[in-house]
Write a new protein. Structure first.
Length: 317
């Protein structure tokens, strides 16, 4: 039998460090040369709170595959990234009636072109004095206005957050002492409004923690519903994850959603003789994580059984 010579091997090796890229505004992700898959967090902009016993804005839609199935990606490729802005708070003309109140606007979508991942902007909070002044649908729904019984906005499309809280139309005590429902958050629905004066009344829904950067951070909390000063000594809290507090104790109260957390804005109240503007939602964020790469590949490698037999027969050189 002829003697065999071990084939020449072509050995290929590559290394690439883990890369975490954070987008606080729109831009372009250029993947590493050896990247074939990645993890992501995509949070949309939060919705704005409504005015006049306004509901809190819903949090921006929340999507992440951290710890799950990674998304396929091509190496050395540019992918567009869109970071959604927060919605504006509902306008107020200053008049005391419902005609002087306005809904907030929805937050804008955030989009990661890798895998066509889209998170939907948060729904806006309801406003004014009508049963039709319910919260608006979104990544998380906005809270319903508080003067009459209203419903919180639903989640659409599903799977990105939670519904807004309902407005009860129940007086906390005294004239013009109502409160809107809280906006939904990524981790929990917004709280319904009640006749009790405490921070949980109309509170924004909690967000979700994500550790894609290595440290857990809460994102996408809902905004708190708003009330009127009479008989109210507490403000509805925003949801953990950037949700703004509702305006219940005076025109100086309430807060916008936190930028780059996708929180909903707090609702705007009514303090005689004027309606108050709702608070703006917070902008979203996109974060990607490309895993570390370290591999070696050899071509033209003999089957181990063949090698053994040839060595035993002294026919391997």
């Amino acid at each position: 039998m002829p003697r065999l010579i071990g084939a020449v091997q072509t050995v290929t090796s590559a290394t690439q460090s883990q890369v975490i890229t954070t987008f606080n505004s729109s831009g372009t992700l250029t993947t590493g040369a050896h990247t074939v898959e990645l993890e992501y967090l995509v949070v949309a902009g939060g919705g704005g709170g409504g005015s006049r016993f306004g509901g809190g804005g819903g949090a921006g839609g929340f999507k992440s595959n951290l710890g799950g199935t990674k998304t396929s990606a091509a190496g050395s490729t540019a992918y567009a990234v869109t970071v959604g802005g927060g919605g504006a708070g509902g306008v107020a003309s200053g008049s005391s009636g419902t005609g002087g109140a306005g809904f907030g606007t929805k937050g804008s979508n955030s989009v990661l072109a890798v895998g066509a991942i889209t998170s939907t902007g948060g729904g806006s909070g309801g406003a004014g004095d009508s049963e039709s002044m319910s919260g608006v649908t979104g990544g998380s729904g906005g809270g319903g206005a508080g003067r009459f019984a209203t419903t919180g906005g639903a989640v659409s499309p599903s799977g990105q957050g939670n519904a807004g809280g309902n407005g009860s139309g129940s007086s906390i005590g005294g004239a013009d002492s109502y409160r809107g429902g809280g906006g939904g958050g990524a981790g929990a629905a917004g709280s319904n409004s009640t006749a009790t004066d405490n921070t949980a009344n109309g509170a924004g829904g909690a967000g979700l923690a994500n550790a894609i950067t290595g440290t857990p951070v809460f994102y996408a909390g809902g905004g708190g519903g708003a009330g009127g000063a009479a008989g109210q000594n507490t403000n509805s809290v925003g949801g953990n994850g950037g949700g703004g507090a509702g305006m219940c104790t005076g025109s100086g109260a309430g807060a916008n959603g936190t930028a780059n957390l996708g929180g909903g804005g707090g609702g705007g109240g009514y303090f005689a003789p004027a309606n108050q503007v709702g608070k703006a939602g917070g902008s979203g964020i996109v974060i990607t994580k490309e895993p570390a790469i370290d591999f070696t590949d050899a071509s033209s490698v003999w089957d181990i059984r063949t090698v053994f037999r040839q060595i035993v027969a002294d026919e391997w050189v």
